[in-house]
Design a protein around this ligand. Structure first.
Ligand SMILES: Cc1ncc(COP(=O)(O)O)c(C=O)c1O
Length: 411
């Protein structure tokens, strides 16, 4: 770990310091350029130094940034309206927050409050944030001390036949879920899940499993929360994973990352048709909830994606990107997969562990030398690619060429 430069040592930072960013590229303090395949940390979806974000921030500086938490601004109200529209819910009610962790905490806080139950069900390899509570419902739950009580983990159905999302026989995972729910429904307030498990290996949940899970939860008085911090706001070529009609609607949807275009803005939207908000007696009072700046950024983000028909572009270009990955036909490109601008491949078929971490780290280091900013997940086995929504086919071809040069380093 780097212990210099006053940095709290929480990551293995590389010996590269970024100075500026423009579109899909960032430049380091030595003047070297890197193609950023992950739109920052999957957030800067209009690209770096985006005119869309600049417009929202300038409007915020000229009008309103921060309001008394107990008051609303016109900017926040407009952002909430725009967010409600893209949620696809007939009767949406939302709150704007900052990080994804804050938003998942909020959704669970109110799910527990409304159901008057204290337990949470999640998938064993899910990820919902880094704060104490949601980390206790994520794949790192074992590292939370003391362990959270009433944290239930169901085995995730990990469909490895990526060409056929509903081909997987999820009956054993569904049976485990049923057992947990039936034995503990008096405790479980909510089932929180990522429609595409990201950190746990980039697996889309089989739609059939999700329909059964939502039905089971409804029958057992349990809310379903989709954590769409990664999949939401255009990433899959739709506003959310379910707005194209392929998945059942949840009771709450959480957004983050892309919603803020690179600035910390997140949200929770309740589906008022299934969530009785009249029952709320619990207040929530945090410094940056429903801020003017958040509302302005959300509105600009939604307007930009809409006016530009970005969703269609993400769907079409995403398919082309996937085809380019598939055409690589290299032993280090296993199971290329994904939808829209959320793509991945496995470096190896080996089980995730110490060796895959070493391989993933080396891959990312070599990528940096080739001018590529890349990230691994799933203990180094899987490479995630979540580019900004303006990434061009030309830039993706450039990436493929650099990837080929990178593979030569492993020969
Ligand atoms: C699915 C999901 N949920 C929640 C979070 C937490 O968001 P944040 O890091 O903004 O707190 C993340 C972050 O990676 C995420 O991918």
């Amino acid at each position: 770990m780097m212990l210099s430069d006053n940095v709290f040592p929480v990551c293995n930072y590389p010996d590269v310091v970024i100075e500026t960013g423009q579109g899909s590229w960032v430049t380091d303090t030595q003047g070297r350029h890197y193609l950023d395949l992950n739109s920052g940390q999957f957030c800067a979806v209009a690209g770096h130094s985006s005119p869309v974000l600049r417009k929202a921030l300038m409007r915020s500086l000229e009008t309103i940034q921060d309001t008394h938490t107990g008051m609303l601004s016109a900017a926040a109200l407009q952002g909430l309206k725009d967010l409600g529209e893209i949620s696809g819910f007939a009767n949406p009610h939302s709150i704007l927050l900052t990080t994804g962790s804050e938003a998942t905490e909020f959704a669970l806080r109110y799910a527990k409050h409304l159901k008057e139950k204290d337990g949470v069900l999640a998938l064993d390899v899910g990820y919902h944030g880094i704060t104490h509570g949601v980390a206790g419902y994520s794949m790192s739950r074992a590292r939370v001390r003391p362990p959270l009580p009433l944290s239930f983990a169901a085995p995730a159905p990990l469909n490895r036949d990526f060409s056929n999302p509903d081909s997987y026989d999820y009956s054993s995972e569904l049976e485990s879920l049923r057992e947990i729910v039936e034995q503990n429904s008096r405790h479980i307030a909510a089932f929180i899940l990522e429609p595409v498990i990201s950190g746990g290996g980039m697996f889309a949940l089989p739609p059939g499993y999700l329909y059964e899970a939502v039905k089971l939860c409804r029958e057992n008085d349990i809310f379903v929360i989709y954590d769409e911090c990664q999949t939401g706001v255009g990433r899959l070529g739709d506003w959310f994973s379910y707005t194209g009609g392929e998945l059942p609607e949840p009771d709450f949807v959480v957004a983050g990352k892309s919603l803020g275009l690179g600035i910390p803005v997140s949200s929770v939207t309740a589906n008022r048709d299934t969530v009785d908000l009249e029952k709320i007696t619990l207040g929530h009072f945090s410094s940056h909830q429903n801020e003017g700046f958040s509302g302005l950024i959300v509105s600009e983000c939604v307007n930009w994606i809409r006016q530009d028909d970005r969703l269609t572009y993400i769907r079409d270009a995403g398919q082309d990107f996937l085809r380019m990955l598939q055409a690589l036909n290299h032993p280090m490109v296993n199971a290329p997969r994904g939808k829209g601008f959320m793509l991945a491949f496995d470096l190896t078929d080996d089980e995730p562990g110490g060796e895959t971490i070493a391989l993933g780290n080396r891959f990312v280091e070599e990528a940096l030398k080739q001018g590529l900013l890349m990230q691994h997940c799933n203990y180094g086995r899987t490479i995630r690619i979540l580019p900004n929504y303006n990434t061009t086919r030309e830039e993706f071809r450039d990436f493929i060429q650099r990837l080929e040069a990178l593979f030569n380093e492993f020969e």
